[in-house]
Design a protein around this ligand. Structure first.
Ligand code: PMP
Length: 426
């Protein structure tokens, strides 16, 4: 770890915490974050040359595995024609058409540069379209770091939201209502309290930022019905689930159609890309056709579009989803069996190629409170044991894991064996 250690201490002099995004600093698990020098397929290598089987996959984008040749070639080819024009390109038209063909509820699409921009813009659009102020989000769901989304539940289910970060004005946070994931009653109470001022519900249809928590039966359908009954916009934040829990995202997997969808991660193939879109009737309210302002100097960037289109093109591969779904199931079943064998209280969740493991006595974890009550000390020991064994998982217990097409049965076996070895000692 010598080089990672040196780089980390050097980084901390000029970069806050040594990192450009907080979880990378290993605060939740302690120790030195590995500085990464290259990645290929299912593997990443750190600055000291150690190889890891990677279940972070850049936090989701690399559904095909790292450094995929089709994406790399597309990027090189696009870069030869110039990096940015600030004017429309054919690639953006093809991208919008492609997104619409994969996610049909996205009748119109606007490209942005991150998931944060996608959700922030979708919220503004929903507010502008409905002329209402409040939004409902769910405890434990993360939608990027826009002010109105960095809000946690106040005390009591019906109190107004409170900022979860200094710098977010209470005046802004008060318009964000925080309900309980997988609990429709908590949402109904909010509509009862504010029948005419809820612009939208935004939800991760499979929560991936409080570990991995799929929706219970009827939850997404119930949100759809509540939005219909109350004239509110239903926004699916599919930044993580898009093209991952199914080719058409969670809306295809669970057959619930939102009004607006936010995308990120896979849609950029590893480049900084996000998108939001949905019903034509709503999207026409965005500038320049409508009054709701939204823009971006680098939005629809030609190199990023080339990477994203190459990635989306590869999703047509008929063996992709069966492969990643089977491997994900094999992995979580392997973890479960290994933990059971050694008497470690553990449960798992998965949806498509997203998964989570919970150190808990509970049979199933379905909400945030249950997720945060898991045994974090055991997770930390597990995490460092796996890292030592050359297996790179998300450095925090509240993050989903991701499978890629480049993973193999053999790598899953190796991962489960390493886990079993750790469970034996825990
Ligand atoms: N929404 C969800 C569901 C996410 O998981 C994330 C990031 N992990 C975001 C939004 C924000 O995306 P970005 O980090 O690209 O801004």
């Amino acid at each position: 770890m010598e080089k990672s250690e040196q780089l980390f201490s050097r980084a901390q002099r000029t970069i806050p915490g040594g990192v450009n995004s907080p979880v990378r600093a290993f605060k939740a698990v302690g120790g030195t974050p590995r500085f990464i020098s290259k990645a290929d397929g299912p593997f990443i290598w750190d600055a000291d040359g150690k190889r890891y089987i990677d279940y972070v996959q850049s936090w989701g984008p690399m559904v095909l595995g790292h450094n995929h040749s089709a994406i790399r070639q597309a990027v090189i080819k696009a870069a030869e024609n110039g990096l940015s024009f600030g004017a429309p390109t054919e690639a953006e038209v093809i991208m919008a058409e492609k997104v619409n063909s994969l996610v049909p509820s996205m009748e119109m699409v606007r490209m942005v540069n991150s998931g944060t921009e996608a959700t922030m813009s979708a919220i503004r659009l929903a507010r502008g379209y409905t002329g209402r102020n409040k939004l409902i989000k769910f405890e434990g769901c993360y939608h990027g770091h826009a002010d109105s989304l960095l809000v946690k539940a106040g005390s009591g289910a019906l109190t107004l939201g409170v900022p979860s970060s200094p710098g977010v004005p209470a005046d802004v946070a008060q318009h964000t209502l925080t309900a309980e994931f997988n609990n429709l009653d908590s949402v109904k109470q909010m509509f009862a309290e504010y029948p005419d001022d809820i612009a939208c519900i935004i939800v991760e249809p499979v929560a991936g930022n409080m570990n991995c928590i799929p929706p219970v039966e009827g939850f997404l359908e119930g949100l759809r019905a509540l939005c219909d009954d109350n004239g509110s916009v239903l926004i699916f934040d599919e930044v993580m689930t898009g093209f991952r829990v199914s080719r058409g995202g969670a809306q295809e997997r669970y057959a619930v159609v939102p009004d607006l969808t936010c995308l990120g991660k896979v849609i950029g193939g590893g480049m900084p890309v996000g998108a939001f879109g949905g019903k034509r009737e709503i999207l026409t309210h965005i500038a320049p056709t409508g009054p709701v302002y939204q823009a971006g100097t680098l939005s629809g960037n030609p190199v990023a579009m080339a990477a994203g289109l190459a990635a989306l093109g590869e999703l047509e591969n008929a063996s992709l989803y069966p492969h990643i779904f089977n491997l994900t199931e094999k992995l979580v079943n392997g973890f479960q069996a290994a933990a059971d064998k050694h008497g470690i209280p553990l449960t798992t969740n998965h949806a498509g190629s997203m998964f989570g493991i919970f150190f808990t006595d509970l049979i199933k974890v379905t909400n945030y409170q249950q997720a945060i009550n898991c045994n974090n000390e055991q997770f930390k020991q597990f995490y460092h044991g796996m890292l030592e064994a050359g297996i790179y998982m998300a450095p925090a217990s509240y993050e989903a894991g991701f499978m890629s097409y480049a993973h193999t049965d053999e790598l899953i076996d190796e991962t489960v064996q390493a886990a079993e070895h750790i469970f034996r000692k825990l």
